[in-house]
Design a protein around this ligand. Sequence first.
Ligand code: GLU
Length: 308
Amino acid sequence: MPAPVGRFAPSPTGRMHAGNIFAALIAWLIVKSEGGTMVLRVEDLDRDRSKPAFADAVQRDFEALGLTWDAGPFFQRMRNGAYEAAFERIAEAHRVYPCFCTRADLAAASAPHFGDKHVYPGTCARLSAEDADQRRAAGEEAALRVAMPHERISFEDAIQGPYGHWMDVDCGDFILRRKDGAFAYQLAVVVDDAEQGVTSVTRGVDLLSSTPQQIFLQRALGFPEPGYAHVPLLVSESGRRLAKRDADASLDAMLERFGSPAGVVGHIAHVTGLIPEDAPAMPEDLLDGFSLDRLQDQWRSKISIPWT
Ligand code: GLU
């Protein structure tokens, strides 16, 4: 087996919080425990929400936390040509149609987190080519959707176990390119994972339901399918997923509370059950005794861990 290639894929829309750090830590441990390498990819596809200052901060934060990378940083905003070429290839093999609907379109450049997966009802799939041409000629802008066949896509998640979707029923036709011309997260992430040689994807379980879409695109493009591991989300007392706006889970607040990067990493490792005591530890210290099998036992079908 060749050594795995993993990735950190932060969106530079704010500072890191405990949940992002936890997912990055597990990604690093899975890959490094097998002698592999990490790629850093800055997911700044959403031009309105991404800020260069956060892209700088995230790199300094990873460095301080001992979450090292071996290639990159790569920036999505510089890769439009690659997404365009992939888009053309998908459009040759599958039906891609213009969609004039408004709502879901706005979200297509960011990763869809739990609860915001909409199954498109197919409104614009039923438009005739003449109607679509007329609306375009009248100046209406269209996003581009790929039609889903009645096909089941399943995979074995290294933590969550078997997972699958009927693509037409559970997923629905999804956006590849937004009205403003920006390529969608689902397409960009598949192109980048393939071109950056990523074989091991570890991320929050909120993206589990995006994985069949990504596998669909990998197959359409003839790309290899990476292995996937989806970790539980850290949630606040109210049960809500930690977000960049949860001040007490922000890295700065944690550095103050735990005194050092090792204090932060050690606390996260303890809260999530990686280590028995709440003691300072850097990622490297956690390699000894790390086992993906144990994580499967602990976290299979578990979707959240309370953050305290
Ligand atoms: N950039 C996404 C996020 O920060 C992660 C996407 C992925 O891991 O595929 O939520």
